[in-house]
Design a protein around this ligand. Structure first.
Ligand SMILES: [Mg+2]
Length: 382
């Protein structure tokens, strides 16, 4: 079997109203889906949700010749070949481009073998993964947390038992919001906070102190990803676990975090740090430091299902209370790109089934993407 065509779909969805976190407000979601087509007509999907246009250019100009005409089952060799073409682009867009193709190669190879991607990764350790609702987000104008109560009530009705709202505008407002949510979800609900890189270490510590009574499981990205000293400073003063790593691309960047003891939970994003091949290397490194891995998710159903396949093969670890790692991040907003293949149902106990259909377990067609496609391209083997 050979890869004969690479097709790109730049998707864009406009949200009914802007939403935000401490870093940014946005009213649209963009992502690049990459489809590999084989000579026997099978397809595999990959994704790059961050910097989609730049990733498309990188794939078209640099990586396509390395994948076209190749056997998709050679995921490791092709990953090496693509990483070998990075030259001076050691992280960011270049590694995201490798990631998109690596995910698609795994999907295609697994479909060719009639097995889920977990089988290519050594076999699933579990059939279900604990899901958490990623949200709520800020509302623009007025109190950004004013819709949190209703949003979380909606998540509870859908089966979620763990929640990760966005925080980080003001420590005292964070505290009031966190305490209100704790009262709402009860003692046994899982509560996390995502600061989206927004605070200084001091402000993050103040915020965490204001939220002490809310008994948080973890604090995510309290400071800028490059501020490892800041992570360490926050860690010295707060009880909840610190989580981060969604912005890291290279194995060496994860090593820096682990060696510095900057985080308690690593959150690699399959589409950012080199696909399944890159993420499995990060997971092995994290295991050597006894740090659990919990995949970060944003973008479309493709990244979500890739993260779900990954979460099924990661080693289990207890994080206290309802935190049993790996948990899966579930975009609880009503993003149509997340729901491209339908809305995955959460079981009443907050667990999510891992698809065991061939590949990623998500079937997409040109027709299903048409309403969201703003640019489309294709490169064929000579
Ligand atoms: Mg985050």
């Amino acid at each position: 079997m050979k890869v004969t065509r690479i097709r790109g779909f730049h998707l864009r969805a406009t949200l009914p109203e802007p939403i935000g976190n401490a870093l940014v407000f946005f009213d649209r979601i963009d992502s690049l889906l990459v489809q590999l087509v084989s000579d026997d007509g099978l397809v595999g999907w990959g994704e790059a949700w961050a910097s989609p246009a730049a990733v498309a250019a990188h794939i078209r100009t640099r990586l396509a010749p390395l994948v076209l005409g190749q056997d998709p089952s050679a995921t490791g060799r092709l990953w090496r070949a693509m990483m070998g073409a990075l030259h001076y682009d050691r992280r960011g867009v270049a590694v995201m481009a490798v990631a998109a193709l690596d995910i698609a190669l795994h999907d295609l190879a697994a479909r060719a073998h009639g097995v889920p991607v977990t089988a290519l990764l050594g076999g699933a350790l579990r059939a279900r993964v604990p899901a958490y609702a990623s949200g709520p987000f800020f509302k623009p104008g007025g109190d950004p947390y004013r819709a949190y109560r209703d949003d979380v009530e909606g998540y509870q009705k859908r089966g979620f038992r763990a929640f990760k709202p966005h925080a980080g505008l003001d420590p005292r407002a964070d505290g009031a919001m966190a305490l209100a949510l704790r009262r709402q979800i009860g003692r046994d609900g899982g509560l996390m906070m995502d600061y989206n890189q927004s605070y200084t270490a001091r402000a993050a510590i103040r915020s965490a102190k204001c939220m002490e009574e809310a008994d948080l499981l973890l604090l995510e990205e309290p400071v800028m990803p490059e501020d490892i000293a800041g992570y360490r400073e926050v860690a010295r003063h707060v009880l909840p676990a610190l989580a981060g790593g969604e912005a890291l691309g290279s194995l060496a960047a994860f090593r820096e975090y682990l060696v510095a003891e900057a985080v308690d939970v690593l959150q690699p994003d399959v589409t950012i740090c080199g696909g399944f091949t890159g993420c499995m290397r990060v997971a092995a490194l994290a295991e050597a430091f006894d740090v659990p891995v919990m995949p970060h998710v944003w973008g479309t159903a493709v990244n979500f299902n890739a993260a779900l396949q990954l979460a099924a093969v990661l080693p289990p670890q207890r994080g206290g209370g309802p935190a049993v790692f790996p948990m899966i991040e579930y975009d609880a907003t009503s993003s149509p790109l997340f729901a491209l293949a339908g809305t995955p149902p959460v079981d009443p106990d907050g667990m999510l089934a891992v698809p065991d259909a061939p590949g990623l377990g998500v079937d997409l067609t040109d027709e299903a993407l048409r309403a969201w496609t703003v640019d489309q391209w294709e490169i064929a083997a000579n």
